[in-house]
Write a protein that binds this ligand. Structure first.
Ligand code: FES
Length: 169
C-alpha cells in the first residue's frame, strides 16, 4: 500500500521511491519543490554556447584550448560592441566596452558558483552576477561577495581603426 507523503510515518523521498521514481527523477522533483536556490548552479551553468561564426575567427571556447580569437566589429553579429556600455557573451568569455571605450574581457561564468549570470554595468563600471549579487571590478577583482575569487581577465586589443578586437589568454 502507498502511504500519503503527509503521513508522519513516511518521508517524501520514501514516498516517491515507493512510486518507482529514479534518483534523477527524485532530484528533479526536489528542485521543483524547493525553489531554484538549491539547483540554480546546474540550471544556469550551461555548456558554452557556440558564438556566431560570421565575424569571428579563432577560438573562444576554453574547452577547445586557449582563448585566442578576433572579432570584426563591423560585422552585424558583433557591431553592438562598438557602443560604450554594451557587452556580449562570446563562447567562454564576456567582452564589454567599458568606460572610455576600453574593452575588457573576463571569464563568462561567475567564480562564485559558476552561474552564467554576469553582466556589465556602465554607471558603476563593474561586472555584476545576478545569481547571488557578487560584483567584480573591471580588473576582475572582487568588489562585493559572496564571490572571493577574482574573475579571469583576458587581454583585449583593439585595432587602430577600432574595427577589430583581438582577445587572448
Ligand atoms: S554564482 Fe553566486 S554570485 Fe555569481
Amino acid at each position: 500500500m502507498i502511504k500519503n507523503p503527509t503521513d508522519n510515518n513516511i518521508n517524501r523521498g520514501e514516498f516517491l521511491r515507493s512510486l518507482g521514481m529514479s534518483s534523477a527523477a527524485l532530484m528533479a522533483f526536489y528542485c521543483m519543490g524547493t525553489g531554484l536556490t538549491a539547483c540554480s548552479k546546474s540550471d544556469s551553468s550551461t555548456p558554452t554556447p557556440t558564438p556566431p561564426a560570421a565575424g569571428l575567427t579563432g577560438n573562444a571556447d576554453t574547452a577547445a584550448g586557449a582563448i585566442n580569437f578576433t572579432i570584426d566589429l563591423t560585422n552585424s553579429n558583433y557591431s553592438s560592441l562598438k557602443t560604450v556600455g554594451n557587452f556580449m557573451k562570446i563562447g567562454s568569455v564576456l567582452v564589454a566596452n567599458t568606460t572610455g571605450g576600453k574593452y575588457v574581457t573576463i571569464q563568462r561564468l561567475c567564480t562564485h558558483e559558476a552561474n552564467d549570470a554576469v553582466s556589465y554595468g556602465l554607471s558603476a563600471n563593474k561586472f555584476t552576477c545576478s545569481a547571488h549579487g557578487s560584483v567584480f571590478n573591471v580588473d576582475g577583482t572582487v568588489s562585493v561577495g559572496p564571490a572571493t575569487t577574482a574573475m579571469k581577465l583576458y587581454k583585449s586589443t583593439i585595432s587602430t581603426d577600432g574595427n577589430t578586437l583581438t582577445v587572448t589568454a
